[in-house]
Design a protein around this ligand. Structure first.
Ligand code: 9MR
Length: 353
């Protein structure tokens, strides 16, 4: 049964590859046809299931009008890839800069798109003033509270959700020894959620991490923490599974079960930073396998009632973070570097349709 499904998926992927190669997707014939029968967007298809389909973006790319054309059209949820991080928003203590975040929010709003805001508390991309000295617990608590309150208030009413704490656990499920953990202890997570909720009671508040797609020590840590936070009435709405996958490491087969157990706790889930990288060069086989993975992730989200939606970590290989961080790897997104849809794009459509 499973192998029949796989064969069918591979055939569909291969067909999609041929269509892309022939330029059917974006070519003049398709565009002419669209005037009469507009092709539904990923967002439009997702909406039929009560889900969103989103993309991350980043400020330097926003001058690329071919890029922003697809960004503004195909998605209904936008995440700023960097513009709302601490280094960008509070570059000097107590001095806030909303330029980058506002640019993304304003663009999204002009296209009637919602915003998944990212991120308030993370060990990475922190300003020097914060990392270059030591803090007492009281001092750091005040700094953290002021950062969260100020940023969340600034975006109040303009964002759908916040990734309040990002990447809080190690692979083995122990707490990551960040500045915040070491100085404040594990209670910094509940505090951060409470302060964010006070500042914007309507924003959905998420914890977000990578390598928690499958059931395992790291996702178990989130499950245990989520149970504990719910029991203490801490305002937590959802768990974000980043889903930065790599073909060479295998598909997280327990993804759907994992989403379901969080759902049963009364939490939303979301796939928040999806990409599926591969060792380059990309071959037709690898692109077909990648298409399968995108399809399976989409099906898993649709199968679980409280999976709110899917966000790809940018939509085109042209602006993917992968090649710079994993030399020799790439081709991770559903659109290629020329902004042409790949087999993965068609697989997502089929799963949504
Ligand atoms: O996409 C972001 C990239 O432009 C930055 O250089 C990078 C720095 O770490 O962060 C990327 O986004 C990360 C996200 O904020 C959290 N999850 C992992 C993402 C990829 O590193």
């Amino acid at each position: 049964m499973r192998s029949t499904v796989r064969t069918r998926l591979r055939l569909a992927g291969a067909l999609a590859a041929v269509l892309v190669a022939a330029g059917t997707a974006a070519g003049p014939a398709a565009q002419a046809g669209e005037r009469h029968h507009p092709r539904p967007t990923l967002a439009g298809l997702a909406e039929r299931h009560g889900r969103y389909f989103g993309s991350a973006t980043d400020n330097p790319e926003l001058t690329d009008t071919a890029y922003t054309g697809v960004l503004g059209h195909e998605f209904d949820m936008i995440t700023p890839g960097n513009g709302m991080k601490w280094y960008a928003t509070e570059p000097r203590q107590g001095v806030f800069d909303w330029t980058a975040g506002d640019e993304v929010v304003d663009l999204a709003r002009s296209h009637h798109q919602r915003v998944r805001a990212h991120t308030l508390v993370w060990h990475s991309q922190l300003p020097d003033w914060l990392t270059s000295r030591t803090w007492t617990a009281d001092e750091l608590r005040a700094v953290l509270k002021n950062h969260i309150r100020t940023e969340v208030r600034h975006y109040r009413g303009k964002v759908y959700s916040w990734d309040v704490v990002n990447e809080a656990f190690n692979e083995d499920g122990t707490y990551r020894e960040t500045l915040f953990y070491k100085t404040l202890g594990p209670g910094y997570i509940a505090d951060a959620l409470r302060w964010a909720h006070e500042a914007d009671p309507h924003a959905k508040l998420y914890l977000n991490d990578y390598n928690i797609e499958a059931v395992g020590p790291k996702s178990d840590a989130y499950y245990a923490l989520a149970q504990q936070l719910r029991a203490q009435h801490v305002p937590l709405d959802g768990i974000g599974l980043q889903a930065h996958l790599a073909l060479q490491y295998g598909y997280p087969a327990t993804l759907e079960d994992n989403l379901r157990r969080f759902s049963r706790l009364g939490l939303d889930t979301a796939l928040t930073e999806v990409d599926v990288r591969m060792l380059l060069p990309a071959t037709a086989d690898k692109l077909a396998q990648q298409a399968d993975w995108y399809r399976w992730m989409t099906e898993a989200c649709l199968a679980v009632r409280r999976c709110a939606g899917i966000t790809v970590w940018d939509y085109t290989d042209k602006y993917s973070w992968i090649p710079a961080f994993f030399p020799g790897e790439g081709a991770a997104l559903p659109w290629d570097e020329q902004l042409a849809p790949k087999p993965a794009y068609y697989a997502i459509r089929e799963a949504l349709d």
